[in-house]
Design a protein around this ligand. Structure first.
Ligand code: FAQ
Length: 318
């Protein structure tokens, strides 16, 4: 779409958003848009790398070599997602070092869901099925986000999350077709993960601080409640199929709405967990900071190598 000669920067930004085109890093953007994107992408990136921990817990105890190699690949994928997302955030003028510092000092957060423990193997199934299922529901619309680098990162991430969701569901199917104890373990995991997963979509729309602006800027394409509903509608028939019961006495198909009605998550619990008072918050942060400190020598070696290559290249050019 050709730009009128006298167009202001703000007008151009508004026109690109209205036309469903992409804002790229070199384009002018309102400061609030930039800050809001850094906030969301950073929280997303932090969630991916902290999200490696609950499943990392089972790498040494997976029930077979096949399960172990699949889980290892999945956890590595989550690290890769973190890297794409930190890369996308960096195009907005903040460094990875600053972003990690914000996480390590508690000034930026990560998804509530990774503050819950994984005591049984069925938790690996429940995370893949429910947590990755929720992540896909939330992230497919982000492939159409107005900020180019975030939208493009999401395309590959969604393909991988889709594979993760299926491997989690397959673990649940296997357990449900197994012994009475295995099926009970799958049901018990569903009972623990159901409500925290519904909270992943954020507070209800009436309390969501950022949704209105993010929808207007086409960063978010659906509200928190709309996405939660999509997830419930897609997941309940899957639970039915494998003979598991969703732990919600208010869950019922509503013919008139064409959707499931469901109970209200405990929003106080979400607030507490995000504020740092969940079952595993302290452990997750201690592990993350420990890994960062242990990796200092790798970062130093990479910088030394890059400086050496740059000096050699300059020498050759001179
Ligand atoms: N947990 O105004 P809203 C994954 C905060 S990746 C913690 O509604 P917004 C892959 C929110 O930040 C999972 N905090 O916020 C995987 C804000 O606080 P702030 C992560 C939450 O941004 C799978 C405040 O509450 N995915 O699972 C949560 O419009 C398996 C007010 O909320 C993404 O990050 C929460 N659940 O909507 C890895 C997707 N909800 O920032 C390993 C991208 C809200 O002002 C294994 N993000 N808050 O301090 C989004 O789509 C949005 O940011 C929402 C929240 C929908 C999460």
């Amino acid at each position: 779409m050709p730009a009128p000669a006298s167009e202001t920067r703000q007008n151009r930004f508004d026109r690109v958003i209205a036309a469903d085109q992409r804002i790229e890093p070199d384009d002018w953007m309102p400061e609030d848009y930039r800050k809001n994107l850094i906030r969301q992408i950073a929280q997303h990136a932090h969630s991916e790398i902290i999200g490696m921990q609950p499943e990392g817990n089972w790498l040494t105890r997976a029930p077979s070599l096949r399960r172990k190699s699949i889980l290892l690949a999945k956890v590595q994928d989550e690290a890769g997602h973190g890297l794409y997302l930190y890369g996308a955030a960096e195009t907005l003028g903040i460094t990875r070092h600053e972003l990690l510092d914000l996480l390590h000092t508690g000034r930026q957060k990560y998804a509530n869901i990774f503050n819950y423990p994984t005591p049984t193997w069925a938790d690996m199934g429940a995370i893949g099925w429910l947590v990755d299922g929720a992540a896909i529901t939330n992230q497919i619309p982000l492939c159409r986000c107005s900020f180019g680098p975030y939208a493009r990162a999401m395309v590959r991430i969604c393909k991988e999350e889709s594979f993760h969701q299926r491997q989690g569901f397959e673990i649940m199917v296997t357990l449900c077709n197994g012994t009475v104890e295995q099926k009970a373990m799958a049901q018990e995991a569903l009972n623990r993960w159901w409500w925290p997963t519904l909270m992943m979509f954020g507070p209800p729309d009436t309390e969501s601080a950022h949704s209105q602006k993010s929808m207007q800027w086409k960063i978010k394409r659906f509200t928190n409640d709309e996405l939660r509903q999509k997830f419930v509608d897609a997941t309940v028939p899957q639970a039915d199929l494998i003979g598991l019961t969703v732990p919600d006495p208010e869950l019922a198909w509503n013919d008139e709405r064409g959707h499931y009605d469901f109970g209200e998550p405990d929003w106080d619990e979400l607030r507490r967990v995000v504020a740092g008072d969940g079952p595993c918050n302290a452990e997750r942060m201690a592990t993350r900071k420990g890994a960062h400190d242990d990796g200092a020598w790798v970062r130093e070696a990479a910088v030394a190598h890059a400086e050496k290559v740059a000096a050699r290249t300059a020498e050759i050019a001179a």
